[in-house]
Design a protein. Structure first.
Length: 479
């Protein structure tokens, strides 16, 4: 069933998100890992610089490395600005990141305020790290992500306290004599939320105050991690509440949840025409756990966990601005196949009423309802088991049928079905002439003609091509 849907959707979808190549680059796990490694390297340089672990001859190279990494961070934000849908979206999401870069600039590392700027740089790195650990969900799962986030928070808090005490409480006349003393003081202050000796300097007192608040945060995180149920619920809610569909345009909407969602998402990601389109999944039965059970990456979908037969739910999914809508036969408790088809028909006809321009594909159990959907404007109707039964029958007679069809409708294979506009120079030519020209030019075979009125003629024997015709080709995916 998934292949037949994709064959319909493949011919109708061509929209892409802004700068899709750059978007795939910045969203790739390797890119996220690289940025995090640069952040950790910058923190290491800051520790070396603050604790005087190297001679002054190496300070120049440390500053140069810091400047180079800062430039990389600015480039990263620039790339994220390029792929952002609007300037408003970018600045509302990354304004803190922009502010956090200011303490990293060399102009803020001069003068007597340098000691305070060092402390701010720790916060800058911590903020940058916290905003860029989403890629970890693609590498590790479950409690490992939570443990890494908790360890990262404690690590940055400990570095903040160590550098702060080194700047203000280490030296002659102070109880702390070496940076190592500052490290242990920061560690015990963070864990016990107490400071044995009251800081002598104003800066040390500020550091202690912040460390006390960070210690409360560490305790809260540890307490929250113990409760697995609460953590999972909070993660699910946070993944859904931060998503907005108001500014989506030309996206895909899938109504209903079943194992076919995994097939659809996988094929959409493989297909060059749909891989960069947003996908909105609308179903009251879907959840983060159910997506993961089918090996679907939750971050690939925008999830709307509401009944897809309701008008307000479809509008929430941005159906008026969608390019394609797919309505799956969604099973439920005590639902008969007639009940499931009734819900599918209701959703499909509602979508056509709200947005007649959207291409609608519906999955049904009973073929007798097909004409009702066609009359209501639904573009394509697929009957459960219809194609699989035909394929089984053909494969029993000829074993080559199934591989041939799979190669045509699965974007991951060598060939595919494509509808293309008729070149102007072929208008008025015979089909035989067009076959030779197109094969020599595109290494493609003409297997059908879609007339301007909408009729598709498969394997036309003899026909003169007209203006407005579109050619259905078997074409290599590499061309």
């Amino acid at each position: 069933m998934g292949d037949s849907f994709l064959a319909e959707v493949h011919l109708a979808t061509s929209g892409r998100r802004k700068f899709p190549t750059i978007r795939r680059f910045v969203e790739h796990p390797v890119f996220g890992l690289t940025v995090v490694m640069l952040i950790l390297f910058s923190v290491a340089l800051l520790v070396i610089e603050s604790m005087d672990l190297v001679s002054s001859t190496y300070i120049y190279w440390i500053d140069t490395a810091n400047d180079a990494i800062t430039i990389i961070f600015f480039v990263e934000l620039f790339l994220r600005w390029l792929v952002s849908r609007t300037n408003r979206n970018f600045f509302s999401e990354f304004w803190l990141d922009i502010l956090s870069l200011l303490p990293l600039l060399r102009v803020f590392r001069l003068g007597r305020a340098f000691r305070f700027v060092r402390i701010l740089r720790v916060f800058s790195f911590a903020l940058f790290f916290q905003r860029r650990v989403n890629f970890l969900g693609k590498i590790v799962e479950g409690r490992a992500v939570e443990a890494l986030i908790l360890c990262g928070f404690m690590g940055f808090a400990l570095i903040f306290g160590t550098i702060g005490f080194v700047q203000f409480e280490v030296g002659p006349g102070h109880p702390l004599k070496t940076p190592v003393d500052a490290f242990w003081k920061a560690l015990f202050s963070l864990l016990s939320n107490q400071y044995a000796d009251y800081p002598e300097t104003f800066g040390g007192r500020v550091i202690l105050l912040v460390m006390s608040m960070l210690g409360v945060g560490v305790f809260a995180m540890l307490t929250g991690t113990v409760s697995a149920l609460m953590i999972e619920k909070l993660k699910e809610n946070s993944m859904q509440s931060n998503v907005s569909t108001e500014e989506l345009h030309g996206h895909l909407v899938i109504c209903g949840f079943s194992n076919k969602v995994a097939i659809l998402v996988d094929e959409f990601d493989r297909d060059l025409h749909t891989r960069d389109m947003d996908i909105v999944l609308v179903s009251a039965l879907a959840s983060i756990e159910s997506l993961r059970s089918y090996n679907i990456r939750p971050e690939r979908l925008i999830l709307v966990t509401e009944d897809f037969t309701r008008v307000e739910t479809l509008r929430k999914a941005g159906i008026e601005r969608a390019r394609v809508a797919i309505i799956l036969s969604e099973a439920g408790v005590n639902r008969s196949t007639e009940d499931i088809d009734a819900r599918t028909m209701l959703a499909a006809l509602t979508i056509e009423k709200l947005s007649p321009d959207v291409r609608t594909c519906a999955e049904m159990y009973h073929s007798e309802y097909t004409e009702h959907l066609k009359t209501g404007g639904v573009d394509s109707v697929v009957i459960q088991g219809e194609f699989s039964g035909s394929l089984l029958a053909h494969s029993a007679v000829d074993e080559g049928t199934v591989p041939f069809i799979r190669d045509l409708i699965s974007p991951g294979h060598k060939n595919g079905l494509f509808l293309v506009e008729l070149p102007g120079e072929l208008v008025g030519k015979s089909l035989q002439e067009a076959l030779n020209v197109i094969f020599l030019k595109n290494h493609s075979l003409v297997v059908g003609i879609k007339e301007e009125g909408g009729n598709l003629i498969v394997n036309p024997l003899d026909r003169t091509l007209k203006k407005g015709d579109r050619l259905l080709l078997i074409k290599p995916n590499s061309f």
